[in-house]
Design a protein around this ligand. Structure first.
Ligand code: PLP
Length: 367
Protein backbone atom coordinates (compact mmCIF):
# COMPACT_ATOMS: atom_id res chain seq x y z
CA UNK A 1 0.00 0.00 0.00
CA UNK A 2 1.26 3.47 -0.87
CA UNK A 3 -0.16 6.43 1.02
CA UNK A 4 0.14 10.11 0.24
CA UNK A 5 2.87 10.23 2.86
CA UNK A 6 4.85 7.99 5.17
CA UNK A 7 6.43 9.27 8.36
CA UNK A 8 10.20 9.26 8.51
CA UNK A 9 11.41 7.17 11.44
CA UNK A 10 14.91 7.77 12.76
CA UNK A 11 17.35 5.09 13.82
CA UNK A 12 15.74 3.29 16.75
CA UNK A 13 19.00 3.03 18.71
CA UNK A 14 19.50 6.76 18.42
CA UNK A 15 15.97 7.35 19.71
CA UNK A 16 16.36 4.91 22.61
CA UNK A 17 19.66 6.62 23.46
CA UNK A 18 17.65 9.78 24.14
CA UNK A 19 15.04 7.74 26.02
CA UNK A 20 17.74 6.40 28.35
CA UNK A 21 18.65 9.95 29.28
CA UNK A 22 14.98 10.72 29.99
CA UNK A 23 14.72 7.61 32.19
CA UNK A 24 17.81 8.68 34.13
CA UNK A 25 16.64 12.25 34.67
CA UNK A 26 12.99 11.25 35.23
CA UNK A 27 11.87 14.53 33.71
CA UNK A 28 9.20 13.85 31.11
CA UNK A 29 7.91 17.34 30.38
CA UNK A 30 7.74 20.97 31.64
CA UNK A 31 10.42 22.68 29.57
CA UNK A 32 12.89 19.83 29.97
CA UNK A 33 16.46 19.71 28.70
CA UNK A 34 15.61 17.94 25.41
CA UNK A 35 12.79 20.38 24.63
CA UNK A 36 15.17 23.26 25.28
CA UNK A 37 17.92 21.66 23.21
CA UNK A 38 15.46 21.16 20.35
CA UNK A 39 14.32 24.79 20.59
CA UNK A 40 17.94 26.01 20.46
CA UNK A 41 18.67 23.86 17.41
CA UNK A 42 15.45 24.91 15.69
CA UNK A 43 16.24 28.53 16.37
CA UNK A 44 19.64 28.08 14.74
CA UNK A 45 18.23 26.08 11.81
CA UNK A 46 15.49 28.65 11.15
CA UNK A 47 17.54 31.75 11.93
CA UNK A 48 14.89 33.12 14.29
CA UNK A 49 15.55 34.30 17.82
CA UNK A 50 12.76 32.45 19.63
CA UNK A 51 11.14 29.13 18.78
CA UNK A 52 8.48 27.89 21.18
CA UNK A 53 8.08 24.12 20.87
CA UNK A 54 4.42 23.24 21.45
CA UNK A 55 2.03 20.30 21.31
CA UNK A 56 0.74 20.81 17.77
CA UNK A 57 0.31 23.16 14.84
CA UNK A 58 -3.25 24.10 15.77
CA UNK A 59 -2.87 25.35 19.33
CA UNK A 60 -0.06 27.65 18.15
CA UNK A 61 -2.48 29.34 15.73
CA UNK A 62 -4.82 29.96 18.65
CA UNK A 63 -1.92 31.29 20.73
CA UNK A 64 -0.90 33.61 17.87
CA UNK A 65 -4.38 35.13 17.66
CA UNK A 66 -4.55 35.49 21.44
CA UNK A 67 -1.05 36.97 21.73
CA UNK A 68 -1.84 39.66 19.14
CA UNK A 69 -5.15 40.48 20.90
CA UNK A 70 -7.24 39.57 17.88
CA UNK A 71 -10.94 39.57 18.74
CA UNK A 72 -12.70 40.69 15.57
CA UNK A 73 -12.59 39.78 11.91
CA UNK A 74 -9.67 37.90 10.47
CA UNK A 75 -9.18 37.82 6.71
CA UNK A 76 -8.02 34.35 5.82
CA UNK A 77 -7.50 31.88 3.03
CA UNK A 78 -10.14 29.36 1.97
CA UNK A 79 -7.46 27.05 0.54
CA UNK A 80 -5.75 25.41 3.51
CA UNK A 81 -6.29 22.74 6.12
CA UNK A 82 -9.41 23.24 8.25
CA UNK A 83 -7.30 24.12 11.33
CA UNK A 84 -6.51 27.52 9.79
CA UNK A 85 -10.21 28.40 9.91
CA UNK A 86 -11.23 26.57 13.07
CA UNK A 87 -8.43 28.21 15.11
CA UNK A 88 -9.98 31.58 14.24
CA UNK A 89 -13.45 30.40 15.23
CA UNK A 90 -12.19 28.67 18.39
CA UNK A 91 -10.82 32.05 19.48
CA UNK A 92 -14.28 33.56 18.90
CA UNK A 93 -13.04 35.59 15.97
CA UNK A 94 -14.76 35.74 12.61
CA UNK A 95 -13.11 34.29 9.52
CA UNK A 96 -13.59 36.38 6.39
CA UNK A 97 -12.44 34.54 3.28
CA UNK A 98 -10.45 36.26 0.55
CA UNK A 99 -10.19 34.15 -2.58
CA UNK A 100 -6.86 32.72 -3.75
CA UNK A 101 -4.69 33.40 -6.77
CA UNK A 102 -5.23 31.01 -9.68
CA UNK A 103 -1.43 30.80 -10.21
CA UNK A 104 -0.49 29.30 -6.84
CA UNK A 105 -3.69 29.07 -4.70
CA UNK A 106 -2.29 31.45 -2.06
CA UNK A 107 -4.44 34.30 -0.71
CA UNK A 108 -4.93 37.05 -3.30
CA UNK A 109 -3.83 40.36 -1.72
CA UNK A 110 -6.08 42.39 -4.02
CA UNK A 111 -9.09 40.37 -2.81
CA UNK A 112 -8.17 41.22 0.78
CA UNK A 113 -8.61 45.00 0.41
CA UNK A 114 -12.36 45.12 -0.37
CA UNK A 115 -13.03 42.87 2.64
CA UNK A 116 -11.40 45.18 5.18
CA UNK A 117 -13.87 46.76 7.63
CA UNK A 118 -13.42 48.61 10.90
CA UNK A 119 -13.66 45.21 12.61
CA UNK A 120 -10.77 43.68 10.67
CA UNK A 121 -7.73 43.10 12.88
CA UNK A 122 -5.57 40.52 11.16
CA UNK A 123 -4.69 38.55 8.08
CA UNK A 124 -4.11 34.82 8.61
CA UNK A 125 -2.68 33.28 5.46
CA UNK A 126 -1.17 29.89 4.65
CA UNK A 127 2.03 29.34 2.70
CA UNK A 128 0.23 26.56 0.92
CA UNK A 129 2.26 23.41 0.04
CA UNK A 130 5.39 25.20 1.35
CA UNK A 131 5.19 27.83 -1.42
CA UNK A 132 5.19 31.51 -0.37
CA UNK A 133 2.27 33.94 -0.22
CA UNK A 134 2.62 37.42 -1.74
CA UNK A 135 4.53 38.45 1.37
CA UNK A 136 5.53 42.03 0.42
CA UNK A 137 2.08 43.02 -0.84
CA UNK A 138 0.38 41.52 2.21
CA UNK A 139 2.79 43.45 4.45
CA UNK A 140 2.04 46.66 2.55
CA UNK A 141 -1.71 46.19 3.01
CA UNK A 142 -1.26 45.31 6.67
CA UNK A 143 0.72 48.49 7.29
CA UNK A 144 -1.74 50.64 5.36
CA UNK A 145 -4.75 49.33 7.29
CA UNK A 146 -3.01 48.65 10.61
CA UNK A 147 -3.55 44.89 10.58
CA UNK A 148 -1.47 42.07 12.07
CA UNK A 149 -0.14 39.33 9.81
CA UNK A 150 -0.05 35.72 10.99
CA UNK A 151 1.28 33.00 8.71
CA UNK A 152 0.17 29.43 9.05
CA UNK A 153 3.57 28.12 8.02
CA UNK A 154 2.69 24.48 8.76
CA UNK A 155 4.05 23.38 5.36
CA UNK A 156 7.19 25.47 5.28
CA UNK A 157 9.79 23.63 7.33
CA UNK A 158 13.10 23.86 5.46
CA UNK A 159 11.72 26.26 2.86
CA UNK A 160 13.35 29.67 2.40
CA UNK A 161 12.24 33.04 1.04
CA UNK A 162 14.97 35.35 -0.23
CA UNK A 163 17.43 33.10 1.57
CA UNK A 164 15.72 33.34 4.99
CA UNK A 165 13.41 30.75 6.55
CA UNK A 166 9.92 31.23 5.08
CA UNK A 167 8.72 30.76 8.66
CA UNK A 168 10.48 33.95 9.75
CA UNK A 169 8.02 36.30 7.96
CA UNK A 170 4.92 37.94 9.44
CA UNK A 171 4.12 39.31 12.90
CA UNK A 172 3.92 35.70 14.03
CA UNK A 173 4.27 32.40 12.19
CA UNK A 174 3.42 28.90 13.27
CA UNK A 175 4.45 25.45 12.13
CA UNK A 176 3.19 21.91 12.58
CA UNK A 177 5.53 19.04 13.47
CA UNK A 178 2.83 16.43 12.90
CA UNK A 179 4.03 13.00 11.78
CA UNK A 180 3.02 13.73 8.17
CA UNK A 181 5.06 16.92 7.83
CA UNK A 182 8.57 17.42 6.37
CA UNK A 183 10.06 17.70 9.88
CA UNK A 184 8.14 16.01 12.67
CA UNK A 185 8.09 15.18 16.38
CA UNK A 186 5.21 12.65 16.03
CA UNK A 187 2.86 15.38 17.30
CA UNK A 188 4.13 18.89 17.77
CA UNK A 189 4.42 22.39 16.43
CA UNK A 190 6.03 25.72 17.09
CA UNK A 191 5.50 29.43 17.04
CA UNK A 192 8.39 31.73 16.17
CA UNK A 193 9.27 35.34 16.87
CA UNK A 194 12.31 37.62 17.03
CA UNK A 195 10.64 39.79 19.67
CA UNK A 196 11.72 39.11 23.28
CA UNK A 197 8.54 40.44 24.86
CA UNK A 198 6.34 38.39 22.55
CA UNK A 199 8.45 35.30 23.26
CA UNK A 200 7.94 35.79 27.00
CA UNK A 201 4.19 36.15 26.49
CA UNK A 202 4.05 32.97 24.41
CA UNK A 203 6.23 31.17 26.95
CA UNK A 204 3.69 31.95 29.65
CA UNK A 205 0.70 31.11 27.43
CA UNK A 206 2.24 27.71 26.78
CA UNK A 207 2.26 26.76 30.44
CA UNK A 208 -0.89 28.10 32.10
CA UNK A 209 0.40 31.67 32.33
CA UNK A 210 2.55 31.07 35.39
CA UNK A 211 6.11 30.48 36.53
CA UNK A 212 6.22 28.55 39.79
CA UNK A 213 4.09 30.59 42.21
CA UNK A 214 3.90 33.71 40.08
CA UNK A 215 0.78 34.06 37.95
CA UNK A 216 0.98 36.54 35.07
CA UNK A 217 -1.73 35.87 32.51
CA UNK A 218 -4.25 33.34 31.37
CA UNK A 219 -2.65 30.49 29.54
CA UNK A 220 -3.21 27.08 28.11
CA UNK A 221 -1.29 23.83 28.27
CA UNK A 222 0.65 23.71 25.01
CA UNK A 223 3.92 22.28 26.37
CA UNK A 224 5.37 19.33 24.54
CA UNK A 225 7.12 16.37 26.15
CA UNK A 226 10.72 15.21 26.32
CA UNK A 227 9.77 12.13 24.30
CA UNK A 228 8.49 14.25 21.43
CA UNK A 229 11.56 16.46 21.70
CA UNK A 230 13.75 13.34 21.45
CA UNK A 231 12.04 12.46 18.16
CA UNK A 232 12.69 16.00 16.92
CA UNK A 233 16.37 15.84 17.89
CA UNK A 234 16.71 12.61 15.88
CA UNK A 235 14.84 13.91 12.81
CA UNK A 236 16.21 17.48 12.62
CA UNK A 237 19.76 16.63 11.43
CA UNK A 238 18.22 14.52 8.66
CA UNK A 239 16.10 17.35 7.24
CA UNK A 240 18.51 18.29 4.41
CA UNK A 241 18.66 14.68 3.17
CA UNK A 242 14.92 14.25 3.62
CA UNK A 243 14.30 17.32 1.47
CA UNK A 244 16.83 16.11 -1.13
CA UNK A 245 15.01 12.76 -1.31
CA UNK A 246 11.65 14.54 -1.69
CA UNK A 247 13.14 16.66 -4.45
CA UNK A 248 14.24 13.57 -6.33
CA UNK A 249 10.76 12.01 -6.17
CA UNK A 250 9.14 15.32 -7.19
CA UNK A 251 11.44 15.73 -10.17
CA UNK A 252 10.73 12.20 -11.31
CA UNK A 253 6.99 12.98 -11.24
CA UNK A 254 7.55 16.18 -13.18
CA UNK A 255 9.67 14.39 -15.80
CA UNK A 256 7.31 11.43 -16.21
CA UNK A 257 3.75 12.73 -15.87
CA UNK A 258 1.74 13.70 -18.92
CA UNK A 259 0.50 17.22 -18.15
CA UNK A 260 -1.96 17.44 -21.07
CA UNK A 261 -4.93 17.43 -18.68
CA UNK A 262 -3.42 18.84 -15.51
CA UNK A 263 -1.41 21.74 -14.13
CA UNK A 264 0.78 22.54 -11.12
CA UNK A 265 0.98 25.64 -8.92
CA UNK A 266 3.69 28.11 -9.91
CA UNK A 267 6.56 28.20 -7.43
CA UNK A 268 7.34 31.71 -6.16
CA UNK A 269 10.74 32.68 -7.63
CA UNK A 270 12.10 33.81 -4.23
CA UNK A 271 11.38 30.40 -2.65
CA UNK A 272 13.96 27.73 -1.89
CA UNK A 273 11.49 24.87 -1.92
CA UNK A 274 11.15 22.04 0.63
CA UNK A 275 9.12 19.69 -1.62
CA UNK A 276 6.50 19.29 1.10
CA UNK A 277 3.79 18.12 -1.32
CA UNK A 278 3.33 17.15 -4.95
CA UNK A 279 -0.03 18.66 -5.92
CA UNK A 280 -1.53 18.33 -9.37
CA UNK A 281 -4.72 20.05 -10.50
CA UNK A 282 -6.74 17.96 -12.94
CA UNK A 283 -8.84 19.43 -15.72
CA UNK A 284 -12.09 18.48 -13.97
CA UNK A 285 -13.31 16.88 -10.74
CA UNK A 286 -14.58 13.95 -12.82
CA UNK A 287 -11.05 13.36 -14.07
CA UNK A 288 -9.68 13.63 -10.51
CA UNK A 289 -12.14 10.99 -9.33
CA UNK A 290 -11.21 8.75 -12.25
CA UNK A 291 -7.49 9.12 -11.52
CA UNK A 292 -8.04 8.51 -7.83
CA UNK A 293 -10.11 5.39 -8.51
CA UNK A 294 -7.46 3.99 -10.87
CA UNK A 295 -4.79 4.58 -8.21
CA UNK A 296 -6.92 3.22 -5.34
CA UNK A 297 -7.43 -0.01 -7.31
CA UNK A 298 -3.66 -0.48 -7.12
CA UNK A 299 -3.62 0.30 -3.37
CA UNK A 300 -2.25 3.81 -3.97
CA UNK A 301 -3.88 6.55 -1.94
CA UNK A 302 -3.35 10.16 -2.97
CA UNK A 303 -5.20 12.82 -0.94
CA UNK A 304 -7.45 15.72 -1.82
CA UNK A 305 -5.41 18.51 -0.20
CA UNK A 306 -7.31 20.80 0.19
CA UNK A 307 -10.92 19.81 -0.05
CA UNK A 308 -13.44 21.24 0.53
CA UNK A 309 -12.73 24.95 0.11
CA UNK A 310 -12.92 26.22 3.70
CA UNK A 311 -15.49 28.92 2.96
CA UNK A 312 -17.98 26.12 2.22
CA UNK A 313 -17.53 24.24 5.53
CA UNK A 314 -20.91 23.46 7.13
CA UNK A 315 -20.18 25.52 10.27
CA UNK A 316 -19.38 28.74 8.42
CA UNK A 317 -22.39 30.92 9.17
CA UNK A 318 -21.90 33.75 6.71
CA UNK A 319 -21.26 31.93 3.43
CA UNK A 320 -18.97 33.88 1.11
CA UNK A 321 -18.14 32.91 -2.40
CA UNK A 322 -14.53 32.16 -3.41
CA UNK A 323 -14.82 30.82 -6.94
CA UNK A 324 -11.11 30.22 -7.54
CA UNK A 325 -10.57 28.30 -4.31
CA UNK A 326 -13.81 26.33 -4.73
CA UNK A 327 -12.75 25.34 -8.23
CA UNK A 328 -9.17 24.37 -7.31
CA UNK A 329 -10.38 22.44 -4.25
CA UNK A 330 -12.49 20.23 -6.52
CA UNK A 331 -9.57 19.44 -8.81
CA UNK A 332 -6.43 19.32 -6.62
CA UNK A 333 -4.83 16.02 -5.73
CA UNK A 334 -1.61 15.45 -3.80
CA UNK A 335 0.35 12.46 -5.08
CA UNK A 336 2.32 10.17 -2.77
CA UNK A 337 5.58 11.86 -1.76
CA UNK A 338 8.02 10.77 0.91
CA UNK A 339 11.68 9.86 1.26
CA UNK A 340 12.05 6.19 0.43
CA UNK A 341 9.23 6.11 -2.11
CA UNK A 342 10.78 3.80 -4.73
CA UNK A 343 11.50 5.04 -8.24
CA UNK A 344 9.62 2.04 -9.66
CA UNK A 345 6.55 3.02 -7.62
CA UNK A 346 6.69 6.61 -8.87
CA UNK A 347 6.94 5.27 -12.43
CA UNK A 348 3.95 3.01 -11.77
CA UNK A 349 1.89 5.91 -10.33
CA UNK A 350 2.77 8.07 -13.35
CA UNK A 351 1.89 5.30 -15.78
CA UNK A 352 -1.54 4.78 -14.16
CA UNK A 353 -2.25 8.52 -14.32
CA UNK A 354 -0.91 8.84 -17.86
CA UNK A 355 -3.12 5.96 -19.03
CA UNK A 356 -6.21 7.72 -17.63
CA UNK A 357 -5.06 10.97 -19.27
CA UNK A 358 -4.48 9.27 -22.62
CA UNK A 359 -7.87 7.56 -22.64
CA UNK A 360 -9.56 10.89 -21.86
CA UNK A 361 -7.63 12.60 -24.63
CA UNK A 362 -8.69 9.84 -27.04
CA UNK A 363 -12.33 10.32 -25.98
CA UNK A 364 -12.03 14.10 -26.45
CA UNK A 365 -10.70 13.74 -29.95
CA UNK A 366 -13.52 11.36 -30.93
CA UNK A 367 -16.22 13.79 -29.78
C1 PLP B 1 -1.02 20.17 9.51
C2 PLP B 1 -1.61 21.53 9.41
C3 PLP B 1 -2.12 22.21 10.54
C4 PLP B 1 -2.35 21.53 11.86
O1 PLP B 1 -1.22 21.06 12.46
P1 PLP B 1 -1.37 19.96 13.63
O2 PLP B 1 0.02 19.82 14.13
O3 PLP B 1 -1.88 18.71 12.99
O4 PLP B 1 -2.30 20.50 14.64
C5 PLP B 1 -2.52 23.53 10.41
N1 PLP B 1 -2.47 24.15 9.22
C6 PLP B 1 -2.03 23.53 8.12
C7 PLP B 1 -1.98 24.30 6.83
C8 PLP B 1 -1.61 22.19 8.17
O5 PLP B 1 -1.23 21.56 7.05
Amino acid sequence: MINVTKSYLPDLDEFTGYLKGIWERTQLTNDGPLARELEAKLSEFLGVKHVKFCTNGTVVLQMALKALNITGEVITTPFSYCATTTAIMWENCTPVFADVRPEDYSIDPEKIIPLITEKTQAILATHVYGNACQIERIQEIAEQYNLKVIYDAAHTFGATYNGKALMSYGDLATCSFHATKVFHTAEGGCIVTDNDEMAEKLHLYRSFGHRYDDYYSIGINAKNSEIHAAMGLCVLPKVPELIAARKQVSELYSDTLDFSLMTRPALHPAVGYNYAYYPVVLESEALLLEVREALNKEEIFPRRYFYPSLNTLPYIVDKQSCPVSEDIALRALCLPLYPGLEEADVQRICSIINTVTQSNLALDSKQ
